[in-house]
Design a protein. Structure first.
Length: 341
């Protein structure tokens, strides 16, 4: 009996059992179902008042359906001789209704959007793209065939556009050409948008610009403010390095700012610059971007939306790191001429 009791009282065995039990616990951070919990919580908090009012209305309706004409007469006489109670109840209802309408989120509306379309001289067919790529003498024959295969399967048509610096022989990727491309895209789309909506540049109170790979000084938002002579108290934001999620982040930022600053317009400029980010090497993982990115409108029609509060119900996707600490980076590499082959 004593030999059987000793293992139960041994602290080392108990610690080992606890450690083995803790290893079997699931890692909830890696569970995909947590997003559904968060989504359900969001809907619950957003519609909490309606969820509470529906049962109260159902109970009140059930109670009122049992009242007779005699009960209604007694209720009327009770209210007739208790004006103070009626006044207090009415004031409370008015106060609660006013508080609800003052604290509820303001609605934000999308007025219009515009996508930039470059000049016909910037047209780049698949044949022109392959010809320019071959003339650079930077790509091997295998990688040229790889780029041709990507072009055929990417879904890009024969009327895509490229910046002048990339189409030129030899290519001239420099800061001046990159600024020239950025100005053409931004100003072309904004001019068309202002003409469509009839909004004056002085009426814009919020400006949000996002471009992941090109972030000069002065910033892109400063270039827009100076070009259109926007008012001095404009709220200007320049987002960079956020990748493809920057478009939704910009929309959500504009929506939240409009809810805080009503009776204003917000201009959101979502773009990308490829002049300085064209890859002249033979790493196939980096060659894919050469075949997909083009000048002008994106595949999703979300360029340059102009917002005004009186609904956008799409929250921004936050930037999240890998749960185990791993991540991917976007690098800009400048290869020497001798190492490009």
């Amino acid at each position: 009996m004593e030999s059987h009791d000793q293992p139960k009282n041994n602290p080392n065995i108990q610690i080992q059992n606890l450690e083995s039990g803790s290893q079997k616990l699931p890692n909830f951070l890696l569970s995909v179902k947590l997003k559904y919990v968060k989504l359900g919580y969001h809907y619950l908090i957003t519609n909490a008042m309606y969820i509470l009012l529906v049962p109260l209305l159902a109970i009140s309706s059930a109670h009122l359906s049992t009242l007779t004409s005699r009960d209604l007469v007694q209720l009327w006489n009770h209210l007739k001789f208790n004006l103070v109670s009626v006044a207090l109840c009415s004031s409370l209802l008015v106060f609660l209704a006013t508080l609800y309408f003052m604290t509820r989120p303001r609605k934000v509306y999308l007025l219009d959007f515009s996508c930039y379309k470059p000049e016909p001289e910037r047209t780049c067919t698949r044949e022109i793209f392959m010809e320019r790529s071959k003339l650079t003498n930077c790509f091997s024959d295998e990688n040229l065939a790889f780029q041709k295969k990507i072009l055929e399967r990417s879904g890009l048509g024969q009327k895509t556009y490229m910046p002048e610096a990339v189409l030129r022989v030899p290519p001239n990727p420099c800061m001046a050409e990159a600024r020239k491309e950025a100005e053409a895209v931004m100003f072309g789309a904004i001019d068309e948008l202002l003409a469509k909506t009839g909004v004056k540049a002085k009426d814009i109170g919020i400006l949000v610009v996002n471009c992941s790979l090109f972030n000069p000084t002065p910033s892109l938002s400063a270039m827009i403010v100076n070009h259109y002579k926007l008012r001095g108290n404009i709220l200007s934001f320049n987002l960079g390095g956020m990748g493809c999620s920057a478009g939704l982040i910009s929309i959500d930022l504009a929506k939240q700012l409009l809810q805080v600053h009503p009776n204003s317009y917000a201009l959101v400029v979502s773009m990308e610059n490829i002049t300085l980010n064209w890859y002249f090497g033979n790493d196939r993982s980096m060659l894919v971007s050469n075949c997909l990115f083009r000048m002008g409108g994106r595949r999703r029609p979300s360029l340059q939306p102009l917002l005004r509060p009186p609904p956008l119900q799409v929250p921004a996707h936050p930037h999240r790191s890998h749960p185990q600490g791993r991540g991917r980076q976007v690098l800009q590499l400048r290869l020497p001429k001798g190492g490009r082959h």
